[in-house]
Design a protein around this ligand. Structure first.
Ligand code: GN1
Ligand code: MG
Length: 367
């Protein structure tokens, strides 16, 4: 993207300071991100993002959600007398023309937020930072428990397991790229089928009215938190998917990414293992800040949530593989299959740990 085009975009927001440089930032796969550097030391720098309109069809809803969430969290932090609030919650800058938190330019959606200085993101965590992460995500849910507005569902049925299985079944029936008959695909499809009933129990409990939806982050990966230089969590970022969901989303997706011994696309399946040390630390932290509002049915099903997310991600990666790799960027033809298989191996390792997980949660509750 040309500097002068980027400058034109930035100039439409009510930022302070003089822009001296705009350069690419990070390696996100969904949105394009830039750092906007200002000349004055007294003015903040900013993060400019183009929002992926294909993944998030209703950007206006995304930004209304984010506005409600960041305002509510800022109010909670102020009430709690916290210091350094500007580094603990994101601040988006309104457009000059209409005060909305985004602009549309040539069919593209853009937004800008204040850059949080002296903070880092991580790709992996140790048990100590997992405990902190558990506390941070639990606190995030706790602070949003009484948000006065109803948030929109920014990606419809995003973590709905019944829907994800339906999507898979549809692509299996169509087989658009002729991959369904591969023996490795057939094996995985059988494993998925064998667990389909158990794995869709959240939706059933939801319909029965015994499992509530709460405001969740829905993309609680390790790299969606900012840490300060003492290794403490400052704030939760990447708020596009914040929406009402079962709390299993935030708990399970963090463990899916953080407690895998290897990356989600590691092709050596013997290396894929579920790390109980990370599970224990994260669970302890999460229960510390979330226990006050969680229902017994939510706590009892945390081991289920731990299995659900590798399972769901296996289904989603396999769906994309069978669809011809349209959703996730792939570096080689089997990439999505390797990801799906990796997540299945993680699921099996999680399943081996059910009794230990249950015992540990019980111990936390008694403590
Ligand atoms: C996508 O873009 P990223 O890496 O934050 C996906 C998640 C998946 C993840 C798997 C909007 O997240 O749900 O778990 O890939 N986000 C969306 O790597 O689909
Ligand atoms: Mg992200």
């Amino acid at each position: 993207m040309e500097q002068n085009q980027l400058n034109t975009i930035v100039s439409q927001f009510a930022i302070s300071g003089t822009v001296s440089e705009i350069r690419p930032l990070g390696e996100g796969l969904i949105n394009d991100t830039y750092k906007v550097v200002t000349a004055e030391a007294s003015e903040p720098d900013y993060v400019l993002q183009r929002v992926n309109h294909n993944v998030f069809p209703d950007v206006d809803m995304v930004m209304r959600n984010i506005e409600a969430v960041t305002n509510h969290i800022r109010m909670k932090l102020e009430q709690a007398g916290e210091d350094d609030i500007e580094r603990k919650v994101l601040r988006f800058i309104p457009a000059k023309v209409d005060g909305k938190l985004y602009i549309v330019q040539d069919g593209q959606y853009w937004r800008i937020m204040v850059f949080i200085p002296n903070a880092i993101t991580k790709q992996a965590v140790d048990p100590a930072s997992s405990r902190d992460a558990g506390r941070a995500f639990g606190r995030f849910q706790a602070m949003l428990a009484d948000i006065p507005v109803e948030l929109g569902e920014t990606i419809k049925d995003f973590h709905n397991m019944e829907f994800r299985l339906q999507q898979l079944r549809e692509v299996v029936a169509k087989d658009p790229v002729g991959r369904v008959s591969e023996p490795q695909v057939q094996r995985l499809l059988q494993e998925i089928d064998a667990r389909a009933h158990e794995m869709t129990k959240a939706e059933r409990m939801g319909r029965e009215g015994i499992l509530p939806k709460r405001v969740c982050h829905c993309d609680t990966k390790v790299n969606n938190m900012m840490f300060n230089d003492h290794d403490e969590v400052l704030c939760v970022i990447d708020l596009d998917t914040v929406m009402p969901n079962f709390i299993f989303s935030d708990y399970g997706d963090f463990l899916r990414t953080a407690a895998n011994t290897v990356a989600e696309d590691c092709a050596d399946m013997t290396a894929v293992k579920f790390r109980m040390d990370i599970f224990k630390a994260f669970t302890e932290g999460y229960l510390q800040s979330a226990r006050s509002f969680l229902l017994p049915v939510e706590i009892e099903n945390l081991p289920y949530a731990t299995a659900l997310f590798p399972y769901m991600q296996c289904v989603r990666f396999l769906w994309d593989y069978l669809s011809g790799d349209k959703y996730w960027k792939c570096q080689y033809p089997e990439h999505n299959f390797v990801r799906a298989n990796n997540q299945f191996h993680l699921l099996k390792s999680v399943e081996d740990h059910y009794p230990q997980m249950e015992a540990f949660i019980q111990k936390c509750l008694e403590a």
